[in-house]
Design a protein around this ligand. Structure first.
Ligand SMILES: *Cc1c(COP(=O)(O)O)cnc(C)c1O
Length: 423
């Protein structure tokens, strides 16, 4: 392997996505490796926020149905435009809510305990918010989460084996909720296989796509996934607190959502103001109240970029730059106590590199002081995510040089090995 900076430059020269970098605001002197937690602002997203503000400024209430992006239809329109990111039909995807709220909505709809089939199957490595939501949904239905939430164990603290999940699909399970990509190790689960196995046993299955939407292609419709939900502020670059998305397979589009609200109405009937809820026959039915338009707005510009680049090309570059990072790690950072915690195979990993080290917290602090923005996950993980749209191969190379310096000179010893408030 060629570890020279010239080689990194040559990779940038061959990169078909390199021109997208100019679409983003990148701060001088920083190497941003945290786009998997909060994607950077694009100029297009910024412009689309100004446009929505302008329609409010100019049109007042008439912005709902007038102007360039009538607010009343925007969530549906953006749902259609993001359908390619998840492999859904246009009527199966809606932009709404947030990850946790959408999970509550979907579990309130699809968790239907009946005699003997009362349990929810999840895993022990999922993000805490998902687990809190599942436990509270069980409690709302009168079940004790200690007994009715089954969490598949990890054999090594990093990965969840599909075989272990399948073995746990017993006939007392009503619903399965799993991540597509695990937030810490970056393992990409075999969504197709798990869906098939769940359905063979008459169990519904849904996925949290937070760490895969915008970086990994999906085929939720074709795979028959019952539902999915995700945020857009990570790989989709829609800004802090940006509105999320959800997918409901067309076979369920005639159901009434568990949590009803007027924005889930058939759009032609919503303003009849009738007290009988008539849900839309699309994923739009899963909306609850008025969309948070100022937090939807960045998606207009951001999705344009995704539609221009194509998710397959994004995945190719993401895999290539994470592989390049891992190759440099193995060549340049041998003997410093790092272990790569993500699966190494392309079809089993998401968009970030998971680096384990017992001094991870203070190595992250040292990285930050040197201008590298990593992300720490307790107790020992450094996540680094080169982003296809805006991270160059030279930046990956430079990040590894900074890390090497920190390790060679033991610069991390100047810091306490404790995490900050956020990461
Ligand atoms: C980022 C993330 C969340 C965050 O939930 P919000 O409701 O958007 O705050 C939840 N679950 C997973 C798996 C995540 O990666």
């Amino acid at each position: 392997m060629d570890t020279s900076k010239e080689y990194a430059k040559s990779l940038d020269q061959q990169d078909p996505l390199s021109h997208f970098r100019d679409e983003f605001y990148i701060q001088d002197g920083t190497l941003y490796m945290d786009g998997n937690s909060l994607g950077l602002l694009s100029k297009r997203a910024e412009t689309s926020v100004f446009r929505i503000l302008d329609s409010w400024k100019q049109l007042g209430i008439d912005g709902w149905t007038g102007g360039e992006h009538p607010w009343y239809y925007l969530s549906e329109q953006l749902g259609e435009q993001s359908a390619d990111l998840v492999g859904g039909k246009k009527e199966e995807v809606i932009v709404t809510g947030s990850t946790t709220v959408n999970l509550h909505q979907l579990v309130a709809t699809f968790y239907k305990p009946e005699d003997g089939r009362t349990k929810i199957l999840a895993d022990e490595l999922n993000f805490p918010s998902d687990i809190y939501a599942l436990k509270s949904q069980l409690e709302l239905k009168g079940y004790d989460p200690d007994e009715h939430l089954v969490q598949v164990k990890s054999r090594d603290g990093r990965e969840i084996k599909e075989d272990d999940v399948i073995e746990a699909m017993t006939d007392d399970i009503a619903l399965i909720v799993l991540p597509t990509v695990l937030y810490r190790s970056g393992q990409l689960l075999d969504i197709k296989r798990l869906t098939e196995e769940a359905h063979k046993r008459g169990i519904l299955i849904g996925f949290d796509g937070c760490h895969s939407v915008g970086v990994v292609p999906h085929h939720f419709h074709e795979w028959g996934v019952d539902f999915a939900y995700w945020c857009h502020y990570k790989y989709v670059n829609s800004g802090p607190g940006g509105v999320g998305g959800l997918f409901v397979h067309e076979r369920h589009l005639n159901e009434t959502p568990g949590l009803s609200g007027w924005f889930g109405s058939d759009k032609d009937k919503q303003f009849d103001m009738d007290h009988t809820f008539q849900p839309a026959q699309t994923a739009g039915a899963y909306q609850i109240g008025t969309p948070h338009l100022l937090s939807v707005a960045p998606l207009i510009g951001s999705l344009e970029l995704f539609n221009e680049a194509g998710i397959e090309a994004i995945r190719r570059k993401s895999l290539k730059s994470t592989q390049y990072m891992m190759d440099l790690l193995q060549r340049e950072l041998q003997g410093y106590g790092f272990r790569i915690g993500n699966p190494l195979e392309d079809d089993r990993r998401g968009g970030h590199v998971c680096l384990e080290h017992k001094e991870a917290a203070r190595i992250c602090k040292a990285l930050k002081d040197k201008g590298v923005i990593p992300d720490f996950r307790s107790p020992n993980v450094i996540r680094l995510a080169p982003i296809a749209f805006y991270t160059s191969y030279v930046e990956v190379w430079e990040t590894m040089q900074v890390l090497k310096d920190i390790m060679e000179q033991k610069l991390y010893e100047q810091y306490e090995n404790k995490r900050g408030v956020i990461a």
